[in-house]
Design a protein around this ligand. Structure first.
Ligand SMILES: Cc1ncc(COP(=O)(O)O)c(C=O)c1O
Length: 373
């Protein structure tokens, strides 16, 4: 029997365990000082004035969309090559996602196609920094500025990434990060909104806390809100993990570097592109298989070898629940559709050992090599 190599694994040590245990022992499990401290730590790290911790990355995106006043009938530009949450946050408020194609190398939103898809109804763009690689922010912000669009950064996969020396989270009206256990660092479930705009921060703080105002009594609700609060155990874990974020990113860079090196001789496997002017924050490691490789067969064969690999991401405009709600025929998404047939995420986490990396490379190149020849 070969060793099972997990797709992802959180990096938890005894200081994390103790941080959470301390909160549990204290009895202060919600609405306490750990959440405030975690918010401060993330805001400081990212370089923004405000951070509002919430229960998930999806909740963060939903609240940003609401705080920007996007509503029924408004169009929001968004890539289809993303996780469902980017699009769901638009659908939650009755707005219309308008799908934008992606760049063929980074798989991020294509600024030219974004510009083409703007109409009189376009209110905002939801930019996604896919797999931890920053989108082309200069071009995106120039277009948004010229056309009067609000800008949301779905940076859920990209904590710590930088575009031209500036950390993601500083771009657009507000940004969201996520802390599910497969992310660069974790709070269990969790997410956070970051912004320099005090009004957006205040609104998100109210919306995540059942619409309560800053000053009002506990049972006074100023607006329709949600319970999207982060609890104190999650915040304590996040705070403890934040202390090691740079070492986490360095470990991930090390694993990605080894994969890059070891896949180099195999021309039918294209490793991730990293542009010169960015610092990627490795979330997952996704290779692009050459045309003609039967990806489903590869996934099956790798599974039999106890190495899970996944088709990341099936495009959202092709998901039946999306297609049922909105007209997705508008404009073609040729790059998205082509890329999404050939991308494959392979096991990736901070502590993947070199012999595990060697096994993944050996098996994947053998299984795909059969088609490539
Ligand atoms: C691009 C993107 N957006 C949003 C989310 C949502 O985050 P969560 O799972 O914490 O709700 C994720 C999570 O994987 C994501 O990858």
């Amino acid at each position: 029997m070969s060793e099972y190599i997990p797709m992802s694994l959180p990096d938890i040590d005894e200081t994390d365990v103790e941080a959470v245990a301390e909160v549990v022992r204290s009895g202060r499990l919600a609405l306490g000082p750990k959440t405030a401290a975690f918010e401060e730590a993330v805001a400081g790290y990212v370089g923004v004035k405000h951070a509002v911790a919430v229960s998930s990355g999806t909740a963060a995106l939903h609240l940003i969309v609401r705080a920007l006043g996007v509503g029924p009938g408004d169009e929001v530009l968004v890539p289809s090559f993303t996780f469902a949450a980017s699009v769901n946050a638009i659908l939650y408020v009755g707005a219309v996602p308008v799908f934008v194609d992606i760049e063929p190398d980074t798989f991020n939103i294509d600024p030219d196609d974004m510009e083409r898809k703007i109409t009189a109804k376009t209110r905002a763009v939801m930019v996604v920094d896919i797999f931890g690689h920053p989108a082309e922010w200069d071009a995106i912000l120039r277009i948004a500025d010229e056309r009067g669009l609000r800008v949301i950064d779905d940076s859920c996969e990209a904590l710590g990434a930088e575009y031209k020396g500036r950390k993601l989270g500083q771009f657009g009206d507000a940004g969201a990060f996520a802390f599910y256990p497969n992310k660069q660092m974790t709070t269990g479930e969790g997410g956070i909104i970051v912004t320099d705009d005090e009004k957006i921060a205040d609104l998100c703080r109210s919306l995540c806390n059942q619409g309560r105002g800053r000053m009002g009594a506990w049972l006074e609700h100023e607006r329709l809100g949600y319970n999207y609060r982060m609890d104190e155990m999650s915040a304590a874990l996040g705070l403890s993990q934040m202390k090691r974020i740079e070492s986490f990113l360095a470990k991930r860079q090390g694993v990605a570097g080894l994969y890059n090196e070891k896949f180099a001789p195999y021309e039918w496997i294209t490793v991730p592109t990293v542009r010169d002017h960015v610092r990627i924050s490795w979330f997952v490691y996704v290779v692009l298989l050459a045309e003609g490789i039967d990806r489903d067969a590869v996934i099956g064969a790798m599974g039999e070898k106890d190495i899970p690999v996944r088709a990341y991401f099936p495009p959202l405009h092709l998901q039946p629940f999306v297609a049922k709600r909105i007209d997705v025929s508008r404009g073609s998404l040729t790059v998205t559709e082509e890329v999404a047939e050939r991308t494959l995420a392979i096991p990736f986490h901070n502590n993947l050992r070199e012999e595990q990396i060697d096994r993944v490379v050996k098996e994947l190149t053998a299984v795909t090599g059969v088609f490539a020849k």
